[in-house]
Ligand binder design. Structure first.
Ligand code: KG4
Ligand code: ZN
Length: 357
């Protein structure tokens, strides 16, 4: 049995969580910074770092209180130490190191993108600790390996070959925008609030997916890489004209905006799932794991039923950045005896290396 405190501060969410045995989420506290970044329509790194400093200790207290767990009861402290914005990462990593040193507890160094994949097996334990006995036949289903993983968020769009939670290789990644970034930028073009992903998702429900003829950027027939900036530009040209002056947002009716949202969303989903199909075929994968903020997308969640193997996708509250996934994967490291040392660095890149695809 383990109780791990997770800390997440890689981008603009300050989060802390307590997770039992790597799967049962006793608490999951998140302080978002949407309001601070909204007027810039994107995350401003310096503002994010300062907000993490203000939010982190209250968020850690909230997570411990909600779980009914004292700091001295946790078995280890897990921190997301890569990849992310360097100033943001440093706040969470420094707090985790300080706690680990002061409490003489193990420190665990978690890769944020690997944790997004792991998030599919987390589940809420409604009333904090004591709600369920540990074990007792309630183990979560484990994906069959090898799995194909896909992380889709505002900062990442990548495919992985997964043979175990600590055996992950990179198959392909975006060459330009992440898919969430493309969502946010198309939303900005349409005058929608930041972050735009959930807004487009909501509007797409009422729109005609055939309203705009948009490309599916699949690259070469065997490519497992992604490219979303051309799709974003295609939306701009088709809606506002090549000079960007034929129309303005004010000229668009609600029905037209919904049609643009639905067409863009369908092009994204078609493209993402075609890459997953390619990877499943190539690696004879037995399951698919999808995580990251865009995995909350309802259109995508409906479309995954067309994939040929079992698909694991997180509960909605574990799709966007959270610390439960950090504590969860921290448990795997803790069980494997992979403790980090107190000179742990914050690193901007993921540790997952490209494997031959
Ligand atoms: O995983 P996440 O919280 O942060 C990063 O690691 O980037 O992902 C945030 C991204 C944003 O681009 C946001 O617009 C997108 O996830 N997102 C969505 C939805 N919910 C969040 N995109 C499409 N549909 C959604 N329902
Ligand atoms: Zn993320």
């Amino acid at each position: 049995m383990s109780l791990i405190l997770g800390i997440e501060s890689t981008c603009d969410e300050t989060a802390a969580a307590v997770v039992r045995d790597g799967v049962e989420v006793l608490s999951n506290a998140v302080a978002t910074q949407f309001d601070l970044h909204a007027k810039f329509r994107g995350v401003v790194p310096e503002i994010a770092s300062r907000a993490h400093i203000e939010n982190l200790l209250p968020v850690i207290s909230e997570a411990l209180n909600a779980a009914g767990v004292g700091l001295r009861e946790v078995d280890a402290i897990a921190a997301a130490h890569r990849p992310g914005l360097i100033g943001s990462l440093l706040i969470g990593v420094t707090a985790a190191k300080s706690l680990a040193w002061a409490l003489k507890k193990p420190l665990l160094a978690v890769d944020h993108v690997q944790a997004h994949l792991y998030s599919v097996i987390l589940r809420h334990t409604a009333a904090g600790r004591g709600d369920q006995p540990p074990g007792a036949g309630n183990e979560p289903p484990m994906p069959d390996w090898p799995a194909v993983g896909m992380v889709i968020s505002g900062g990442h769009t990548a495919l992985y070959r997964i043979r175990g939670w600590l055996d992950i290789g990179l198959l392909g990644a975006t060459m330009d925008d992440a898919v969430g970034e493309a969502y946010d930028k198309v939303a900005a073009m349409l005058g929608l609030p930041f972050p735009g992903g959930p807004e487009i998702d909501r509007l797409a429900d009422a729109g005609d997916p055939g309203a705009l003829d948009l490309p599916r950027p699949l690259l070469e027939p065997d490519s497992l890489d992604f490219s979303f900036s051309g799709l974003k530009t295609a939306v701009r040209y088709r809606v506002f004209g090549y000079q960007g002056r034929e129309r303005s947002v004010a000229d668009l009716s609600p029905g037209e905006i919904a049609g643009i949202a639905a067409s863009f969303q369908t092009a994204c989903i078609d493209t993402l799932l075609e890459k997953v199909r390619r990877a499943v075929r190539r690696f004879q994968a037995r399951s698919v794991i999808i995580g990251g903020g865009v995995s909350a997308n309802r259109g995508l969640r409906r479309a995954i039923s067309t994939l040929p193997v079992r698909v694991y996708i997180p509960e909605p509250s574990f799709c966007t950045d959270n610390a439960a996934m950090i504590a969860g994967l921290g448990h795997v490291l803790w069980s494997a005896g992979r403790e980090a040392s107190l000179d742990l660095d914050a690193i901007t890149q993921s540790e997952v290396r490209r494997v031959a695809s």
